[in-house]
Design a protein around this ligand. Structure first.
Ligand code: GAR
Length: 194
């Protein structure tokens, strides 16, 4: 059984979808811990309901290699998924988990990525640019913000009348439909081969 750590800063809908998907499909993987940098994050309530342990860690603790790697080792983590995690992943984790850290971004990267581009900011920028399409990008995490190798994209059409909230709803549907499966296909199969 591969053990996945999900890092999340917010509401946690993607974290919950991944947990439920792994349980429902009998995947050879489980979410062993949720790491969050916000003690009021919605993901904490979801994790409690689903009986998944949570580690609330400050930015300083996340960037402290001995503290962070203790958590990773305590839970026997094989791979990491960022699901609405708003801090940069420290370099020592990227070195420790080459091609085993995935992020989801709510646009068709390289468009609408980079620092400050998260959540509603992305959908507002997409609407303001008059795009006729948006989507999701799942990519490996590198030192460059939103810059790692892309493993999956899915797109959805946008109507001129769509508000940022409408775009978010469409993008969230794509996240729910694809992200858990892409996580399992990419990280679990990749770790099985090793
Ligand atoms: C998701 O839409 C995810 O794609 C986005 O944050 C949201 C988290 O929602 N991620 C980013 O913007 C990363 N730059 P959730 O907490 O309900 O999973």
């Amino acid at each position: 059984m591969k053990k996945i750590a999900v890092f999340a800063s917010g509401n946690g809908s993607n974290a919950e979808n991944i947990i439920n998907y792994m349980r429902a499909t009998g995947a050879e993987a489980e979410v062993a811990v949720i790491v969050t940098n916000r003690k009021d994050a919605g993901v904490i309530g979801r994790a409690n309901r689903l009986n998944v342990p949570v580690e609330v860690m400050s930015r300083q603790e996340i960037n402290d290699s001995s503290r962070m790697l203790d958590v990773i080792d305590n839970y026997g983590i094989d791979a990491i998924v960022l699901a609405g995690f708003l801090l940069m992943v420290p370099g020592f984790l990227i070195e420790r988990f080459p091609d085993k850290i995935l992020n989801i971004h709510p646009s068709l990267l390289p468009k609408f990525g980079g620092r400050g581009m998260y959540g509603h900011h992305v959908h507002e920028a997409v609407a303001a640019a008059g795009e006729n399409m948006s989507g999701i990008t799942v990519h490996f995490v590198s030192e460059e913000c939103d810059g790692g190798r892309i493993v999956f994209q899915a797109s959805v059409g946008i109507e001129p009348t769509d508000t940022p909230a409408d775009i978010e709803t469409k993008v969230r549907h794509l996240e729910q439909e694809h992200f858990p499966r892409v996580v399992v296909e990419t990280l679990v199969k990749a770790t099985e081969k090793v």
